[in-house]
Design a protein around this ligand. Structure first.
Ligand code: SAM
Ligand code: SF4
Length: 466
């Protein structure tokens, strides 16, 4: 349940306007699941009659939706809180949401007394009550509960989306306990949202103009649920049903764990056209010794065997991954094994991080922590190899004709930016086309981070018109 800490919030902080704050602004840090949570908080506040402010300065409620995965992300939150003070000494109502809120709870109010609300990722459906509580008590309202009844049932239905591509959280939490990771502590035990709820939410998104849905979970491929006839299904069963939904043109999912990469899901990449040829499958390290110390439960060979199967099912798949360099005890030989697995797997794109010691995780107490200098140097070598692979992948797609979902305007006049099936950003000038359209393009040139496309045809109702 929610509670108030003894720290009094400075009087200037809580808007006195009748009815509390009217305009909110949400800043989300970290992963796509935080982006989804931030959107749902906004939709809920709008449903309560508040308005989204165009910029933070205009808001009288600012929500910092935080990430706890690395130390740097946490430090950023506190510096951001400091920046919310305005020149005239006033400040908006401040809510700290997300994983830092969950991990630090009341400590946030002690370190940053200007914070009015602290709300964990499983309790944000109670934001309206917390706003009221903070206003009436003028004490920081804290709610880091992980209620048995999940927030999803308490949130309003999905609003019309501003973009053609939307996130849909299908699974939350994690039971895998990798020794470096805070997620099992901040997001709680693994839960799968019910099949029917997801189909309903996807339908609402599509009715609101969405053409592409990315299914989200910390371990999205661990999702299971019972379909309409009561049969237990894995993620591929959900994807199959969503693929039959008229108006939904593209499906993606992220992030997957190698252990939950079933043959059924791999086959879906072969059999379901709407499932895009992109797979984010983190390996973290190429050294079996380090993988064991990380409690990853896969090794380099088993990871590469999965990649082989995926490529046999879908030869053009764009492979993505996550890497951690400088895990405690990582030797130069271990790091070389990571470079080896990168060469063997051949990534289209990847994320790589320096190990960040997180309080309360087993790895934080391991001996032989690696120096920041060694981590920097290894990260540079890894990123240079991954960068070469990304550029090479982009180059292999030049000359191909493919379909792009237009998502936003580009910087140049008349330019639009969309996504290829392989999740590359494609810039294109396409008179007559607009955001939300699917167009056929020829990819004509590639840089490291984006490509140029030449428009061939606008696609309506999946019929190509010349
Ligand atoms: N569940 C996914 C998996 O097992 O691969 C990953 C989800 S995790 C929230 C996102 C990524 O953050 C991880 O893949 C890992 O590379 C990185 N990460 C997690 N904890 C970290 C830490 N303590 N230091 C550096 N990177 C970390
Ligand atoms: Fe964290 Fe992913 Fe490991 Fe779970 S499986 S503990 S989310 S890295």
């Amino acid at each position: 349940m929610s509670q108030s800490t003894d720290t009094l919030v400075p009087p200037s902080s809580v808007p006195d306007a009748e009815g509390g704050p009217r305009r909110y602004f949400v800043t989300s840090f970290g992963c796509q699941m935080n982006v989804y949570d931030g959107e749902r908080m906004g939709e809920m506040l709008s449903a309560q009659g508040m308005q989204a402010a165009d910029q933070r300065e205009d808001a009288d409620l600012v929500i910092l939706n935080t990430c706890h995965i690395r130390e740097k992300a946490v430090a950023r939150v506190y510096s951001d809180i400091g920046r919310l003070k305005r020149e005239d000494g006033s400040k908006p109502m401040i809510a700290v949401a997300g994983c830092v809120a969950q991990a630090e709870g009341e400590e946030i109010a002690r370190r940053a007394p200007t914070v009015d609300i602290v709300v964990g990722p499983q309790a944000y459906h109670r934001l309206p009550q917390l706003i009221e509580q903070a206003r009436s008590t003028r004490k920081t309202a804290v709610d880091t509960d992980m209620p048995a009844v999940t927030k999803f049932g308490a949130l309003p239905g999905r609003a019309r989306q501003p973009r053609p591509s939307a996130f849909l959280t299908v699974q939350e939490g994690c039971d895998k306990f990798c020794t470096y990771c805070v997620v099992p502590y901040t997001r709680g035990a693994e839960i799968s949202r019910p099949f029917a709820d997801l189909v309903e939410e996807a339908k609402a998104l599509v009715d609101g103009g969405v053409k592409e849905i990315t299914l989200l979970g910390q371990n999205v491929n661990a999702w299971t649920g019972d379909d309409a006839s009561g049969r237990s299904q894995g993620l591929e069963g959900l994807i199959e049903v969503l693929a039959a939904m008229p108006g939904l043109e593209r499906i993606r999912y992220t992030t997957s764990h190698p252990n939950d990469m079933t043959d059924g899901l791999i086959a879906a990449h072969r059999d379901i056209d709407k499932l895009m040829p992109y797979l984010h499958l983190p390996v973290q390290s190429g050294s079996d010794r380090i993988l064991k110390a990380m409690n990853r439960s896969h090794n380099a060979a088993s990871y590469l065997a999965i990649i082989d199967k995926v490529r046999a099912a879908r030869p053009d798949i764009a492979l993505s991954g996550d890497f951690i360099v400088g895990f405690p005890g990582e030797t130069e030989a271990d790091f070389q094994a990571t470079l080896d697995i990168v060469r063997a797997a051949n990534y289209a794109q990847a994320y790589s991080f320096k190990y960040s010691s997180r309080p309360g995780t087993p790895a934080a107490d391991m001996e032989d922590q690696i120096s920041p200098e060694i981590m920097d140097e290894r990260l540079q070598r890894l990123q240079s190899l991954l960068g070469e692979q990304q550029q090479a992948f982009n180059q292999t797609t030049v000359g191909q004709r493919t379909r792009v979902l237009l998502e936003r305007e580009g910087r140049k006049p008349g330019q639009l930016v969309g996504k290829s099936p392989w999740l590359q950003s494609v810039h294109v000038v396409a008179p007559g086309a607009g955001i939300g359209d699917l167009i056929d393009v020829e990819l004509v040139s590639a840089g490291p981070n984006s490509l140029e496309g030449q428009a061939l045809a606008l696609v309506t109702d999946l019929e190509v018109i010349g």
